[in-house]
Design a binder for this molecule. Structure first.
Ligand code: GAR
Length: 210
């Protein structure tokens, strides 16, 4: 099975969605590592309860971003993952450090990219008066939240929405979107080619179950 390392900084509900999909038999993957920059991140307990190896690497123990990121990917690499999944990993990653992983690392971001790269996406969608909001899964490149978008989930913005209602309604969509994309990759139906994303023809012929 596809070997997956997850990077997360917090609650871990997207990681939990991946775990649940695997437990339902819908995601033929092996979680080889959950890595975090935050010792107190609840995602650690989720991983430990599931018997998945964890690693905490504290940025404060490193001289700068680049030193941290090289150390991080070095250790993650020791687990021999095929795919890195950023699921609520709240750090900008050094472009040189991530280079060897381009095409093997995806991120879920809570906006309809290319809109609202970076932080406070819900607030910015509201402020702009957007009628639709959503989440994107994309390949990670050196450009922050700027790599090729693989798939998106969208929903209407409703009268009376605030940041927290938007985030709350979006989350269940994220929990479908991320496992769906990982399933595509696990099935070998999706890759990052030189000119962008490549879908296997099968992916176009057979609709996904999700
Ligand atoms: C999710 O909404 C994810 O899209 C977002 O953080 C949340 C993590 O929740 N990611 C980013 O903002 C990345 N810049 P989780 O820890 O419960 O999965």
């Amino acid at each position: 099975p596809l070997r997956i390392a997850v990077l997360a900084s917090g609650r871990g509900s997207n990681f939990a969605a991946l775990l649940a999909a695997r437990e339902r038999g819908e995601l033929p993957v092996e979680f080889v590592l959950v890595a975090t920059d935050k010792a107190a991140a609840p995602v650690l307990q989720l991983a430990q309860m599931a018997g998945i190896p964890t690693m905490v690497l504290d940025p404060r123990d490193y001289a700068d971003r680049r030193a941290y990121d090289f150390a991080l990917f070095d250790r993650i690499g020791a687990s021999k993952p095929d795919l890195l999944v950023l699921a609520g990993f709240m750090r900008i990653i050094d472009g040189e450090a991530l280079k060897p992983w381009v095409g093997r690392m995806i991120n879920i971001h809570p906006s309809l990219l290319p809109k609202y790269r970076g932080l406070h996406t819900h607030r910015r969608a509201l402020k702009a008066g957007d009628l639709q909001h959503g989440a994107s899964v994309h390949y990670v490149t050196a450009e922050l939240d700027g790599g090729p978008v693989i798939a998106q989930a969208s929903m209407p913005v409703e009268a009376g929405d605030d940041e927290s209602t938007l985030a709350e309604r979006l989350l269940p969509l994220e929990h479908q979107l991320l496992p769906a994309v990982v399933a595509l990759i696990a099935a070998g139906r999706l890759a990052l080619g030189e000119n962008g994303i490549v879908f296997d023809q099968q992916a176009l012929d057979q609709p996904l179950r999700w």
